[in-house]
Design a protein around this ligand. Sequence first.
Ligand code: PEP
Ligand code: MN
Length: 339
Amino acid sequence: MIIVMEHDANLEQINHVIKKIEDFGYKSHVIKGVEQTVIGAIGDERDKMELKNYMESSPGVSNVIEILKPYKLASKELHKEKMVIDVNGVKIGGSQFVVMAGPCSVESSEQIVETARAVKEAGAQILRGGAYKPRTSPYAFQGMEEEGLQLLAEARDATGLPIVTEVMNPREADLVARYADILQIGARNVQNFSLLKEIGKIPKPIFLKRGMMTTIKEFLMSAEYIMSEGNKEVILCERGIRTFETATRNTLDISAIPVLKAETHLPVFVDPSHATGYWHLVETMAKASVAAGADGLMIEVHPRPAEAYSDGPQSLKPKKFKKLMDDLRPYIKLEGKHL
Ligand code: PEP
Ligand code: MN
């Protein structure tokens, strides 16, 4: 429910509304605009009529609007303006087009530092790399775990690039958060609700990937889980969904970008590497993503893809990544953004 305050509502009236929202068992979410203050009342809506009636007759309240979507904090109904998330000076969701690039897995100090230097040189603003890897086979490389996090921190020190890395388990959330600037929730964990609740308590931006079997509504409900715990800084990432098509690893749902943009104020990214599974398809899908209105991309880059511990076939060599970045610039400009 959205409680819109009068233009001249005073602090006492605003505080009274917040207190009452909480007395009714809801959480309040205050948005102070230039013109007026808007307060979201978020919670179990079974007895919403009582709250609505109370608020409609409260001093200082202009009007009360119900949020019709099942996602409330993630909905544009509550947040009209686009959200811009600042990660060590990199502004995600604004006029800057942000590229997160790096290897699928962190493999060694040399590998991650070499890749970090190369992607920075090409224009990427954030370094990606997995230390905890969600592999289909239990016998496949599972990631370097904490040592991998340390190597990511080393690459950050060497280049200044903020780092995004995946957290797979609520037990490791605090540990990963000690190293990472952005916490990634992978496609396989998009509906791991206990993990979502745990990381929702951590004050670091979350990079939430769409599951291969989640609808856009379910995806936004997962963002809502995180936001309902207090963490409002969620970046959404379309990374391909599972369809009958086998020519590509997944099917990139390009229309998810404008659909999400219409529904939410949160930044929307695309990962053309996992979406296609092949490095030679990354460029076209990256261009399509820019044209469809994405706020940024996540791309896998490896100095020697043939030797990569994971996802070599979809990883770009640094030289190809540099060319991709150069080729993307006019598309980004056409969208009124810059790298
Ligand atoms: C990844 O980004 O390393 C990854 C495993 O991606 P996804 O969760 O989208 O499969
Ligand atoms: Mn990967």
